[in-house]
Design a protein. Structure first.
Length: 742
C-alpha cells in the first residue's frame, strides 16, 4: 500500500513540476514576445501619428497662405486693378515689408486673358521682378482658374524650384458686388520653404525635420518608415501636387526609446514569471500532498475494508473534508445502503405493481361504464321524452286546485332528476354537452339546499349569503345542480354530518390586480365578469399532500364503500364545459373552501326566455321519430299548443311525406338515430331542395353528429328529454327568424 501511495505521490509531484515549468516557460516567452511586439507596435503607431501631425501642421501653413490669396482675390480694388483701374493697388499692398510679414516669396496678378499685370519677388529683403520662366509656370497654374465660370475657384499645389520646396496658391479675382460677372483675373502667391521656414517648422513639431527632394521611393501609402540605425528611424511623408504626383518627402527623425523600454520590461517580466513558477510549484506540491493525497490514502484503506468484510456487514465509509472525496465516500455509503435495502425495494416494487394493476382495472371499469351509458342513452332518453310529454299533457288537463296537481308536479321533478342522472353518467363518459339555459343561480341554490336537506347533508346547517344582485348565468341546471350536490355532500362527510356549511355567492372580475393574491381555480379562466360560489365547511381540512389530487379521478380520502372519487372530477369537467372553473383552498384544522366560477349571463338574447304556449297556432311541423311513444306523446303536446303535426316513423317516411305532399311545412323536427334514414340524411335531402324549411334536431345522441353538420344542416339542436315550453319556444324562434342555418 505504501509503495502504491508513494508512486502516486511521486507522479503527482512530477506532474506538478512539469506543468508549472511549462507554464512558466510559456509565460516567459509570451511575455517577451507580447511586450516586445506591443512596444514595437506602439513605436510604429507613434511614428504614424507624428507623420500625420507633421502633414496637418504643413497643411495649416498652406491654408494660411490660401486664406491670404483669397482675401486679396475677393477685394474690390484687386478686381478694379485686374480691369486696368486702380494702378497703385499692387505697389501699395506688395512692398517688401508687407510681403515679409505675410511670408510671401513671390506674387503675380494676371488679367482675364492671362497677361501679367504685375509681379514681385522678395529676395534677401529686396524687391525684384519675377523671372519669365517662373511667370510662365504661374500662368499655366491660373489658366484653369480663368477658364472656369466659378469666380471662387482656388488651386493649391507644391512645386520644387532651385532645390527648394514651394507652396503655390492661386485664386480667381472677382468683384464681390458683381459676383455674376465671373472671374476678372487671377492672383498667385508663392511661399518658399527655406532654411528659416524649416527651422520654424521643426520647433512646432519638436523633432528634427528636413525636406527630401528626391523622387519618393516608397510605392505604398503616403507615410512610411525607414530604419537608420538601432537607435533611430526616419519617417517619410510624401508631398503631392494638385495632380497627385509626388514632388518631395517630409522627413522626421524618431528615436527608439519605447522599444528599448519594452525590452527592459520583457526581461523583468521573464524573471518574475520564472520566480512565480518556482514558488507556485512548491506551493502546489505541498497543497496536493496535504489536501488530496492523504485523504485519498485513507479512502483507499476504508474501501479495502469494505471489500474484505462484504458490502452487507461492513461499516460505513467515513472521509472528512469538504471536498469531492467526501462526496465519493458518501456515494459509496449510498451504494451500500442500496444493497442492504434491495429486499425491501423488491417488496415495494411488488406492491406498486399490484397498485398499478388495481388502477388499470378501475380504468377498465370506468371505460365499460361509459360504453354502457352510451348504449342505453337512446332508449332511456326516448322513454323519458315520452313520459315527459304525457305528464305535461296531464298537468295541462288538471285544474290548479286538483288534488293530483301536486303529484304531477312531483312526477315532473322526478323526471328532471332522472334526466339529470343520465346526464351525469353521460358527463362522466364525456358523451354529452351542457344544455344551457338562462337561470338565476340563487334559485338553483335554494332548490338544491331543499333537496339535500331531506337527508343527504344529515344534521348539517346550510347557511347561504347572497352578495350580488344580478345572479343570472347561462348553465345547464341539472349539471350545475349535480356540482352543488357533490360539494354539499362532501362538506357534510368532512364534518361527519354535524356542523355548519356556508355558501357565499359573490362577483369576481378577472384578471385580478397584480398585487392581489390569486384566487384558487382562476389561473386558466379567460378575462371577464364571473359569479363565484364558495362552499366552506368546518371540517379538519385537506392535507397538503392531498390538496393537489382532489380532482383526480378515483382519488378519495373517504373510507372504503363511502365514495368512488368521481364526484369532484365530474364537477371539474362540468365547469370546464360551462367556460367556468372550480378551485379548492384549505388549511389543515380550519376546513376546506371550494370556489365555483361561472361567467355572468351575457344578456345578448343568445338564450331567449320561455314564451307562452299556443305560439304555434296555424303552423305546420313534420315530426320524425322511430319511437312510437315519443311520437304520439309529443305530437299530442304540439297539437295542444296549436301546431299542425305530420308524424313519420323514420327518415325515409318523413322524406316521402315531404316530397309528395303539396303542403309546405313551416319547420321539420327530427330525431337522429332512426332506421333506414337518420336525421342527418333527412336534413341533407331537405336542404338540397328549393326553399327548405328550418330543421330542428332533437336527440339524446347529439355527439354522434359532427360539428360541421350541426352547423350546416340544423337551425337548432335539442337534447332529449326536453321541456315542453323549451321545445315550443325553439320552434317559434326558428319559424319566426326563417333561419336555415345553425
Amino acid at each position: 500500500m505504501m509503495q502504491i501511495t508513494m508512486r502516486l505521490q511521486h507522479k503527482a509531484w512530477a506532474l506538478v513540476l512539469v506543468v508549472v515549468g511549462l507554464c512558466a516557460a510559456a509565460a516567459m516567452a509570451g511575455a517577451r514576445f507580447i511586450v516586445n511586439d506591443s512596444f514595437r507596435q506602439l513605436e510604429h503607431e507613434r511614428a504614424e501619428r507624428e507623420g500625420e501631425r507633421a502633414l496637418r501642421v504643413l497643411d495649416q501653413q498652406f491654408q494660411g497662405l490660401s486664406a491670404t490669396v483669397r482675401d486679396y482675390a475677393y477685394w474690390v480694388d484687386a478686381a478694379r486693378f485686374a480691369r486696368g483701374q486702380s494702378p497703385d493697388f499692387f505697389q501699395e499692398n506688395f512692398d517688401s515689408g508687407n510681403m515679409g510679414y505675410l511670408r510671401i516669396s513671390e506674387v503675380a496678378v494676371f488679367d482675364l486673358r492671362g497677361r501679367t499685370l504685375a509681379s514681385a519677388a522678395l529676395e534677401a529683403g529686396a524687391m525684384a521682378p519675377v523671372g519669365a520662366e517662373r511667370l510662365q509656370s504661374l500662368r499655366e497654374l491660373v489658366a484653369p482658374i480663368l477658364a472656369s465660370p466659378d469666380a471662387k475657384t482656388l488651386v493649391r499645389t507644391y512645386r520644387v524650384r532651385d532645390g527648394q520646396l514651394e507652396f503655390v496658391t492661386a485664386a480667381a479675382v472677382h468683384d464681390p458686388a458683381h459676383a455674376a460677372r465671373g472671374p476678372q483675373g487671377a492672383i498667385a502667391m508663392v511661399r518658399r520653404l527655406d532654411a528659416a521656414e524649416l527651422a520654424r517648422f521643426s520647433e512646432v513639431l519638436m523633432a528634427p525635420l528636413r525636406i527630401s527632394l528626391e523622387t519618393p521611393a516608397h510605392a505604398g501609402g503616403h507615410i512610411h518608415i525607414e530604419p537608420m540605425d538601432p537607435d533611430r528611424d526616419e519617417l517619410h511623408a510624401v508631398l503631392r501636387d494638385h495632380h497627385g504626383q509626388a514632388v518631395a518627402e517630409l522627413v522626421l527623425v524618431l528615436d527608439h526609446r519605447l522599444q528599448q523600454q519594452g525590452q527592459s520590461l520583457s526581461w523583468a517580466g521573464m524573471g518574475l514569471a520564472a520566480l512565480a513558477g518556482v514558488l507556485a510549484s512548491l506551493l502546489l506540491v505541498w497543497l496536493l500532498d496535504r489536501l488530496l493525497l492523504r485523504h485519498l490514502q485513507r479512502l483507499y484503506n476504508e474501501v479495502r475494508q469494505v471489500t474484505e468484510q462484504g458490502p452487507t456487514s461492513a461499516a460505513r465509509v467515513a472521509v472528512a473534508g469538504p471536498d469531492e472525496l467526501r462526496s465519493l465516500g458518501a456515494g459509496i455509503n449510498r451504494l451500500l445502503d442500496r444493497v442492504r435495502q434491495d429486499a425491501e425495494a423488491q417488496r415495494v416494487a411488488h406492491e406498486r405493481q399490484e397498485a398499478l394493476q388495481m388502477q388499470l382495472l378501475q380504468s377498465q371499469k370506468t371505460e365499460a361504464l361509459g360504453r354502457l351509458t352510451g348504449g342505453i342513452a337512446h332508449d332511456f332518453n326516448n322513454s323519458l321524452a315520452a313520459i315527459t310529454g304525457w305528464v305535461h299533457l296531464a298537468a295541462e288537463d288538471l285544474e290548479s286546485e286538483h288534488p293530483s296537481r301536486t303529484a304531477i308536479q312531483q312526477a315532473q321533478k322526478a323526471i328532471r332528476y332522472a334526466d339529470g342522472l343520465m346526464r351525469q353518467l353521460l358527463a362522466f363518459g364525456r358523451q354529452t354537452a351542457p344544455k344551457l339555459r338562462r337561470l338565476h343561480w340563487s334559485s338553483l341554490i335554494e332548490e338544491t339546499r331543499q333537496m339535500v336537506g331531506a337527508g343527504l347533508t344529515r344534521e348539517c346547517e346550510v347557511v347561504v349569503d347572497y352578495r350580488v344582485d344580478d345572479d343570472e348565468v347561462d348553465a345547464d341546471p341539472t349539471q350545475l345542480q349535480q356540482v352543488l350536490v357533490n360539494l354539499l355532500i362532501n362538506a357534510a362527510d368532512a364534518m361527519n354530518g354535524r356542523g355548519r356549511i356556508e355558501l357565499t355567492l359573490t362577483a369576481v372580475d378577472l384578471p385580478q390586480a397584480a398585487h392581489a393574491p390569486l384566487l384558487p381555480g382562476t389561473a386558466e379562466l379567460a378575462a371577464g365578469h364571473y359569479l363565484c360560489l364558495t362552499v366552506e365547511d368546518q371540517g379538519p381540512g385537506i392535507s397538503p399532500e392531498h390538496l393537489e389530487r382532489v380532482f383526480d379521478p378515483f382519488f378519495t380520502t373517504k373510507g372504503k364503500g363511502r365514495g368512488t372519487g368521481l364526484g369532484l372530477s365530474v364537477a371539474q369537467g362540468i365547469m370546464v364545459r360551462h367556460q367556468g372553473g372550480i378551485g379548492v383552498a384549505s388549511t389543515p384544522g380550519a376546513g376546506a373552501r371550494f370556489h365555483v366560477y361561472l361567467p355572468v349571463s351575457r344578456h345578448d338574447g343568445a338564450i331567449a326566455p320561455i314564451t307562452s304556449p299556443g305560439g304555434g297556432v296555424g303552423r305546420s311541423v313534420l315530426f320524425a321519430d322511430d319511437d312510437q311513444l315519443v311520437r304520439h306523446a309529443w305530437s299530442a303536446l304540439l297539437d295542444r299548443q296549436g301546431w299542425q303535426v305530420t308524424r313519420a316513423r323514420d327518415g325515409e317516411e318523413a322524406w316521402a311525406q315531404f316530397a309528395r305532399s303539396g303542403q309546405h311545412f313551416d319547420v321539420v323536427l327530427t330525431d337522429q338515430s332512426m332506421p333506414r334514414l337518420d336525421g342527418v340524411g333527412l336534413a341533407r335531402r331537405i336542404r338540397a331542395t328549393a326553399s327548405p324549411p328550418p330543421i330542428v334536431l332533437i336527440s339524446g345522441h347529439v355527439n354522434e353528429v359532427g360539428a360541421d353538420d350541426l352547423k350546416a344542416l340544423f337551425s337548432a339542436v335539442l337534447h332529449k328529454p326536453v321541456d315542453a315550453a323549451d321545445l315550443d319556444r325553439v320552434l317559434q324562434q326558428v319559424v319566426a327568424s326563417g333561419d336555415t342555418g345553425h
